[in-house]
Design a protein around this ligand. Sequence first.
Ligand SMILES: Nc1ncnc2c1ncn2[C@@H]1O[C@H](COP(=O)(O)OP(=O)(O)O)[C@@H](O)[C@H]1O
Ligand SMILES: CC(=O)N[C@@H](CCC(=O)OP(=O)(O)O)C(=O)O
Length: 286
Amino acid sequence: MQAVSNAQKARILRDALPYIKEYNGKVVVVKYGGNAMINEDLKKAVLADIVLLNLIGVKVVFVHGGGPHIKEVLAEIGVESKFINGLRVTDEKTMKVVQMVLAGQVNKDLVNLLGDLGGKAIGLCGIDGQMIQVEQQDKELGLVGKITKIDTALIEDSLANGYIPVISSVGTDGHGQSYNINADTAAAEIAGALQAECMISMTNIDGVLRDPADPSTLFHCLTMAQVESLTEEGIIAGGMIPKVSCCTDAIKAGVKRVFIINGTVPHAILIEMLTEEGLGTMFVEA
Ligand SMILES: Nc1ncnc2c1ncn2[C@@H]1O[C@H](COP(=O)(O)OP(=O)(O)O)[C@@H](O)[C@H]1O
Ligand SMILES: CC(=O)N[C@@H](CCC(=O)OP(=O)(O)O)C(=O)O
């Protein structure tokens, strides 16, 4: 690899200035999927980028998943999940594991690492301050919550105090029952409620692809209509279904810029936000 001279390093920083100005003081919701948390080094690199964004004045709201972590703990107790359109059918036993893994293990590990990296982070889930209020989505899905309201007070207080809110997608029905929510859905609803400047979903694939096995088939930009037909054709499938519909929902809710990027590419988020390089799939109205 060619060495970067000091002058080049300085120019890279200077070239980021217009983007830094653009995002300074703005709310950016970042969704970090469990499949993108593939190893500790990569996780630390992603979290260091989040700390950097926070320190240059971006109000980062960090919503995380943890599907693979839930799967691992369920496997240990001999439970196998069924998914309907990318959503985990959640019975009471599964819900206990979901809450324990997302709001406990994954959330606190991320907060801990952010702290280690010099970030000021606070771990929350949708139950805290009744932030994510839900009702049952569908009997067949069990304890999967459909979001009825996002109370942004706690998020806004955290941001106003300079914290990075780290949020896990567990909601409450207001009567003591916890519900499981797809993390992309939670991120999109939170982004809409905050009227965020930008929402970025970080996953383990470059974006929406015609053929997920072939990176050259990436869609750089998708309209709502294209999303609908690709879903009907079955090209958008599995976990990509809720992810993509969340992106279109966020656009409809007034979020200005919405992307799916590959969180396993080092510094993908900095490249997307602070350079003219466009990574992943961007969603637009028409
Ligand atoms: N058209 C498509 N383009 C890209 N990925 C797709 C597509 N259809 C299905 N997928 C699958 O969706 C997965 C991403 O969803 P998911 O596993 O739920 O991610 P995360 O854990 O980050 O939320 C990809 O790894 C891929 O296997
Ligand atoms: C209802 C539902 O499916 N909830 C998800 C919540 C975690 C999640 O979304 O994690 P990823 O972002 O890593 O996929 C689940 O149980 O897996």
